[in-house]
Design a protein around this ligand. Structure first.
Ligand SMILES: NC(=O)c1ccc[n+]([C@@H]2O[C@H](COP(=O)([O-])OP(=O)(O)OC[C@H]3O[C@@H](n4cnc5c(N)ncnc54)[C@H](OP(=O)(O)O)[C@@H]3O)[C@@H](O)[C@H]2O)c1
Length: 321
């Protein structure tokens, strides 16, 4: 049977997509169906989790404690920190330490963090703290100056400083007392794990949530770049891009019941550690992101734009009532 050029193109295109989908299914099964967890103790005795009094951060802290990790909890509310620490200690036979920090504050907070972490065998750092933003056109945001400062400090500076800031401190002090603080300590010990929580909003630009989407893209690229830099030094760095997860951040959404709980999400996500440089952490989110990536640009932005704009309109109508 003779085939025309168009038929060949059709056959090869179909084969290309079939192979792509089959490979994705194999990869998805490896990450999300056959769940095996790394031995977190091989990285070190302590895990540091930022933004750990609620949602994904709290669930991650619990999950890591269940693998025998001692936990440093960092958030801005002292009472909530103490409650979470007590809960962890009563449930799991581990130690906890709490540090009250507001990541929207000036850079001096990183001196305080470095001092606090000094001398601990930190194997795992989870840069989870993050804020979202109100849906709004950039210049129409009701509190634009605060948004710009806070979202950059909380979503970006917290992640970068946890690496660079501590590095700087160590170089200053190495002469004095060989302080062990996050990345330099990990490099010296040739072991360590850094998990950075980005978002599915980093997959493609999300209009009218542009600041949030851009900060999360930064985290994703920063994490993946670093993971190549440091893998030969024995350090695993992963970017995690969750879709929607039930938490304070998403409780206002109408579809909250369809989202995984933070506990379900973290259980699934932590099973991907060591298996992927980046992950969506949960099978449903991986499928959503796969579809998101395949959509033609115009169609994607039209769909996202119209759904976010109607959400914005509904929010404005509610406010004006
Ligand atoms: N939930 C989702 O659907 C979703 C999707 C994609 C990505 N993410 C990302 O996942 C991470 C966690 O989100 P989540 O939904 O679990 O949030 P969440 O439930 O709102 O919890 C945020 C945590 O961060 C702490 N926090 C907030 N602002 C802080 C600040 N200025 N200084 C110190 N701590 C602060 C909060 O503590 P206090 O309020 O007690 O101080 C709380 O422990 C974020 O980076 C978010 O962007 C979430």
């Amino acid at each position: 049977m003779d085939c025309s050029v168009f038929q060949y193109i059709g056959i090869f295109t179909s084969l290309y997509f079939i192979v792509k989908i089959v490979l994705k299914i194999i990869e998805g099964s490896r990450l999300y169906i056959f769940s095996t967890y790394p031995d977190f103790s091989k990285f070190g005795k302590w895990s540091v989790v930022t933004g750990s009094t609620d949602g994904i951060g709290k669930a991650t802290a619990f999950q890591l404690a269940s693998y025998g990790q001692n936990i440093v909890l960092i958030s801005r509310n002292e009472e909530k920190l103490r409650n979470v620490a007590n809960e962890i200690e009563s449930k799991h036979n581990v130690q906890t330490k709490c540090l009250t920090i507001d990541f929207s504050d000036d850079e001096e907070i990183y001196d305080k963090i470095a001092d606090f972490l000094q001398g601990l065998d930190i194997g795992t750092l989870v840069n989870n703290v993050g804020i979202s933003q109100e849906i709004s056109c950039f210049h129409e945001h009701p509190n634009l100056t605060n948004l710009i400062r806070n979202i950059i400090r909380i979503n970006i500076m917290s992640v970068v400083k946890a690496v660079a800031g501590f590095d700087f401190k160590l170089q200053c002090r190495e002469v004095i007392c060989m302080t062990q603080v996050v990345l330099p300590g990990m490099v010296r010990r040739k072991r360590g794990l850094i998990l950075n929580v980005a978002s599915m909003a980093a997959v493609r630009p999300i209009q009218i949530m542009t600041m949030y989407s851009a900060t999360k893209t930064f985290i994703n690229f920063f994490s993946q770049g670093l993971s190549y830099e440091y893998e030969s030094k024995g350090i695993t760095i992963q970017s995690c891009m969750p879709g929607t997860v039930r938490s304070n951040m998403t409780e206002k959404f109408s579809e909250v019941q369809k989202m995984p709980t933070a506990e379900q999400y973290c259980k699934s996500w932590l099973a991907t550690v060591g298996k992927a440089r980046w992950t969506h952490g949960y099978w449903k989110h991986a499928i959503e992101a796969f579809i998101m990536r395949q959509l033609p640009s115009n169609l994607f932005h039209k769909m996202v734009g119209s759904s976010l704009k109607s959400a914005l309109k509904a929010a404005n109508e509610k406010k004006n009532k």
